[in-house]
Design a protein around this ligand. Structure first.
Ligand SMILES: Nc1ncnc2c1ncn2[C@@H]1O[C@H](COP(=O)(O)OP(=O)(O)O)[C@@H](O)[C@H]1O
Ligand SMILES: [Mg+2]
Length: 244
């Protein structure tokens, strides 16, 4: 793989729910050590696109390549094992299970022995000391911010190359939002390819490298996250202006 060759290449994918196509011709890339922001109004197709990349929804057209290899038809657990992690919208954790059990489940798709799973759990606790203090606590009793950290820690447990985050800061207190963005930039600096869907647009563009704007299930803009034209495209889309 060369620098010209992004780690994750999503090319012209289409899909939706059952017979209903809600996303068409969506393309974006994610590269090691970079953040790709995916923006767009509610219902634009952001979650559906991430679900298709993770394998939770099938694609009816296009391709998904990881390190140049087609992964677009693999089952979700196989994509996780190959290095694609997806933190779903709304802190999807097992609320009745302990923090430690949640982290153990993160490595389940790897089908590795328990001793190795526990090694990954300890690595997660090293990275997230606040979670280590609550390892035996039911996940549902954590604060909203800690639940989101747990969801991310769980996704990181298998050692992914690509981390897709779907609205990680929604519903969290401003102080925690800052903490989460610090974590995301740290993960980027460690070499992860991050795909970030966020409602906190300013924050998102301030840390992202590339921006992809969706509207009505299609890409209406792709560009440098820091450029003025990207800012204009995002504002226009959120205000409901159709881009040519
Ligand atoms: N489970 C579902 N069944 C049918 N349609 C859905 C389902 N989930 C989302 N949709 C539709 O798909 C479109 C895109 O939704 P979504 O990907 O969730 O958008 P976003 O994440 O950008 O808010 C919307 O029109 C939404 O109504
Ligand atoms: Mg969504």
């Amino acid at each position: 793989m060369t620098a010209q060759h992004p780690l994750l290449e999503v090319s012209s994918i289409a899909g939706g729910y059952g017979d209903i196509t809600v996303v068409r011709d969506v393309s974006f890339t994610a590269s090691a050590g970079r953040i790709t922001a995916i923006l767009g109004r509610n219902g634009a197709g952001k979650t559906t696109s991430l679900r298709m990349v993770s394998g939770l929804n099938p694609i009816s057209a296009g391709s998904i390549r990881l390190g140049g290899k087609d992964v677009g038809r693999l089952a979700p657990h196989a994509r996780t094992a190959k290095g694609i992690a997806y933190v779903q919208e709304g802190k999807r954790i097992f609320r009745q299970r302990s923090v430690q059990e949640n982290l153990m489940l993160g490595s389940y798709p790897l089908r590795i022995p328990r001793s190795q799973v526990m090694k990954k759990v300890e690595e997660a606790f090293d990275r997230f000391p606040a979670l280590a203090k609550k390892r035996d606590v039911a996940a549902g009793l954590l604060s909203g911010g800690q639940q989101q950290m747990l969801a991310i820690a769980q996704a990181l447990a298998p050692g992914p190359k690509v981390l897709m985050l779907d609205e990680p800061t929604t519903g969290l207190a401003p102080a925690i939002v800052g903490e989460l963005f610090d974590l995301i930039t740290r993960l980027r600096d460690e070499g992860l390819a991050v795909v970030l869907v966020e409602q906190a647009v300013d924050f998102c563009l301030s840390i992202a490298d590339e921006a992809v704007v969706l509207n009505l299930g299609q890409v209406v803009y792709r560009g440098d996250a820091k450029s003025a034209s990207t800012r204009g495209a995002v504002e226009a889309t959120y205000m409901g202006v159709e881009l040519a």
